[in-house]
Every structure is written in C-alpha cells, then in structure tokens.
Design a protein around this ligand. Structure first.
Ligand SMILES: Nc1ncnc2c1ncn2[C@@H]1O[C@H](COP(=O)(O)OP(=O)(O)OP(=O)(O)O)[C@@H](O)[C@H]1O
Length: 320
C-alpha cells in the first residue's frame, strides 16, 4: 500500500541553514495494516505524511502510495487515500450532514449516493445526533470524528491521520480510538497515523515505526521492539548495600545480564523477567541474601527510544 525509497525533504530558507526534515526514508506498509508513526517534536512525521499524501513534493526519493507514484500521478493517489490533518477540515458554512454531502459531491458522487454515504458515515462515527448542527458547535472529540468522516467520504483504501487524538480529553481519545478500530473492521482500511501518545501506539497499533531526526530508527510490533531493544527489568531491594552488591554480582554472573545498583536497589535487565525471577530469588536465598522486595517490569516504548537515542521521547525540547 505504501512503498517509499530514499524519501527525502530538505527545506531551504533564505537566511537559515537548510533543514533536512526527512532523510532517506524507506518504508513498506502492507494493505490492511494499522501503523503508528512515532517520534519526538520535529522528527519529520508531518513532513513524511505530507509527502506521502502528495501535499509536499519530495526533494529526492520515490513513493508509491495506493498503487500510484506521488510525483507522477498525484491526482490518482489523492483519489484513493484520505488525509485527516492536525487542523480541522470542516468549514462553518454548512450543517454537519450537508458538509459531508458537499464533500461527497466534490469527489464526484451523484447526489443520492453522496446522501447515502453521508448517512453511513454519520452512523459509523456516531454523529447522527449532530447531523443538523454547525461544525463550530461540536465538542473537540465530535469535531475530530467529523474530520475523520470527511476523510472517508470517497471510500479511501488508505487513511492518513496526523495526531488524531492530540488535544482531546482521555475519554474522547478512547472514543476516537474505538472509532478508528471500528472503521478498520468495517472497511479493512489501511491506517497510517502519527501520535505523541506512546501508550496508544503500544496498545492499538500492530506496527510501530519510530523516527528521529528524519530517519527511521526502529520498526516492528511494540512487543518485539520492547523485547529486542529495551528488555524486561527485575528490581530487587535488599536490606543493606553490601547485600545489594552481592546480589548484583550474582545477577550479573548468573544471567550475564546488565545490572545497575543504587543504594540497596538492584536493577537487572533480562530478556524475560517473569521467567528469570524465580532462578534469581533461589540463587539469592542459597547465598544467604534477603530480598525485601522483588518486582518485574516490562519496558515501555519510551524505554525503547531511550535505548536507541539516550533521550526520552516525552522530552519536549528534542533537537531535530
Ligand atoms: N515549511 C517548513 N519550512 C522550514 N522547515 C520546516 C517546514 N516544515 C517543517 N520544517 C522543519 O522540519 C523538521 C520536521 O518537521 P515536522 O513537522 O515534519 O516534524 P514532526 O515530527 O511532525 O513534529 P511535531 O511532532 O512537532 O508535529 C522540523 O525541524 C521543522 O522545523
């Protein structure tokens, strides 16, 4: 559905140095996938999306999206994809249903078909009670649902969503996600979305692509990335610092694991913490070391990013 090779975008401004927003991006997305595109501020997510949706020409590289080349056949690409940007696409001149019908007509749907499609989308996005209201009177979550409905008017096979849940309260975010998942179930639409919310990408997307400084630095299922790149942790607390040192020596020696000690707390990085914990506790007991607490933790996607870059994805001031 998406095949990008060496996709690059450099912004050249008169007085400043050129900005390499996207640097040689390679990406393949199969039909029906739900992909979360993650990265800190300025990583190049929106610029990538804008190139894949033909809104911005690449400086170099190629991208075939929904079967058509973004440079040579932009109109054909646009006819097959939907794009829900960060800013609302609905004006305030029409009522909600009329806005949907009008956009359907813009895509060449005959009047009756445009009406049918509007009704179908009002039901899918649970906007029926708002059909006769102006977009300006909708809540943030309702408006975002209308934006998604507008992106779907022409039955795209691939929908791009730029931060669909940003700025919404937790309940509206959960609602947007349930609609996104329902949409996928109903139409099998391929979904490519950017988000700042790591937990959402972790739990909802079947594939996570992490970008940093305009490059893809990780790509896989959230579970795979966490296991391969961050690993589980076992945290043991002992009564005394010498016991902690002995525990660290044991843990490091036994599992060959990465161990850090702080005071009486020992943190051990292992591939599978629940499986490794009983052996470690047994070894401690045999050595006469008392663990006052022991817990296992799965890494987060932020741990993955931290391992790869030495920075947290949630830091605001990440240089691009
Ligand atoms: N029109 C432009 N002119 C100059 N530089 C730009 C332009 N658009 C984006 N950039 C720069 O390109 C880099 C990537 O920006 P982009 O908006 O793609 O990042 P992003 O990952 O979407 O960030 P955010 O999460 O903050 O939306 C940034 O350094 C940004 O300042």
């Amino acid at each position: 559905m998406i095949h990008a090779r060496g996709l690059t975008r450099v912004f050249t401004m008169k007085k400043n140095d050129p900005v390499e927003a996207v640097r040689g991006l390679d990406l393949d997305v199969a039909a029906g996938q739900l992909v979360a595109f993650l990265g800190p501020n300025g990583a190049g997510k929106s610029t990538t999306l804008r190139m894949l949706t033909t809104l911005l020409p690449p400086t170099s590289g190629t991208a075939v999206v929904a079967g058509h080349d973004v440079r040579r056949e932009p109109a054909k690409v646009r006819g097959r994809i939907g794009y829900v940007g960060q800013r609302s696409s609905a004006g305030d001149n029409f009522l909600v249903r009329d806005e949907l019908v009008t956009q359907g007509r813009c895509y060449g749907l005959p009047p009756r078909e445009a009406g049918r499609r509007a009704d179908e989308l009002l039901d899918l996005l649970e906007l029926r009670p708002m059909a006769r209201r102006k977009p300006g009177t909708l809540s943030g979550g309702q408006r975002r649902r209308l934006d998604i409905a507008l992106g779907l008017v022409h039955r795209p096979v691939l929908l791009f969503l730029d931060e669909p849940s940003t700025g919404l309260d937790p309940r509206s975010r959960a609602e947007i996600w349930s609609h996104i998942l329902r949409l996928r179930e109903a139409y099998g639409t391929t979904l490519f979305l950017t988000t700042h919310y790591l937990e959402e990408a972790d739990s909802m997307a079947e594939r996570v692509v992490i970008v940093n400084g305009g490059r893809v630095i990780a790509d896989g299922t959230a579970d795979r990335l966490k296991t391969d790149l961050a690993g589980d942790h076992i945290t043991i607390t002992t009564r005394t610092e010498p016991e902690a040192a002995a525990c660290a020596a044991l843990a490091g020696g036994a599992a060959g694991a990465e161990v850090t000690t702080q005071g009486t707390t020992v943190r051990v990085r292992v591939a599978d913490a629940p499986a490794a914990l009983p052996d470690l506790l047994r070894a401690l007991e045999e050595a006469g070391i008392k663990a006052t607490s022991a817990e296992t933790t799965r890494p987060t996607l932020d741990d993955v990013f931290l391992t790869l870059t030495g920075r947290s994805l949630t830091d605001d001031d990440v240089p691009s």
